[in-house]
Design a protein around this ligand. Structure first.
Ligand code: GRF
Length: 196
């Protein structure tokens, strides 16, 4: 079985979708071997614990400047991934930007999910409600989610799959986020099943 590591920062509904899918009909040739959060107390950690999956919190070192902070955290995640013999990494609502050796070490084996139809509404600072507000402000008629490989940029890696939904004239950032979230759960499971 391939060992999957899921990186999280928040609620972890995408993690939950993967946990449920593994339980119900498997994740291809993979199993969720560990979860790492960069935020203390993230609810995703509870979800991991409830599913009996080893969960770790690796916090960014706030005393370091931004670039060094990213690199240092990325290197600790890489060390943990090596220790746990991780084959595949899923960033599922993980807010830290990864850099350094982990990018090459897991090239084509590390994916991210983003709640827009990339390349639209991606990049640094584009997360959460901001993404959906930007899509509405731009008058988009459809939006959705993208699963892509992680590279050294923010939301710039090669696209693996997308799921689109219509934007309704009555949509608010909240309602759009909610409908896209449902699509994300299907997309992340499909991508992992196809790739591991
Ligand atoms: C999702 O919208 C995901 O696309 C983005 O962060 C959000 C995480 O949601 N990267 P959850 O924590 O999986 O519920």
């Amino acid at each position: 079985m391939k060992h999957i590591l899921v990186l999280v920062s928040g609620n972890g509904t995408n993690l939950q979708a993967l946990i449920d899918a593994e339980r119900q009909s498997g994740l291809g040739n993979g199993t969720i071997a560990a979860v790492i959060s960069d935020k203390p107390g993230a609810f995703a950690l509870e979800r991991a614990k409830n599913a009996g999956i080893p969960a770790f919190t690796l916090l960014p070192d706030k005393s370091l400047p931004k670039r060094e902070r990213r690199l240092e955290l990325s290197n600790r995640i890489l060390a943990k991934a090596c220790e746990l013999k991780i084959d595949f990494i899923v960033c599922a609502g993980f807010l830290s930007i990864l850099s350094g050796d982990i990018i090459a070490a897991y090239a084509s084996r590390m994916i991210n999910i983003h709640p827009s139809l990339l390349p639209k509404f991606g990049g640094q600072g584009m997360y959460g409600e901001k993404v959906h507000r930007a899509a509405l402000d731009a008058g988009e008629r459809e939006s959705g989610c993208t699963v892509h490989f992680v590279d050294a940029g923010a939301d710039t890696g090669q696209i693996i799959l997308q799921r689109a939904i219509p934007v309704l004239s009555s949509d608010t950032p909240e309602t759009l986020a909610e409908r896209i979230h449902v699509q994300e759960h299907a997309a992340i499971v499909e991508a992992v099943r196809n790739m591991v």
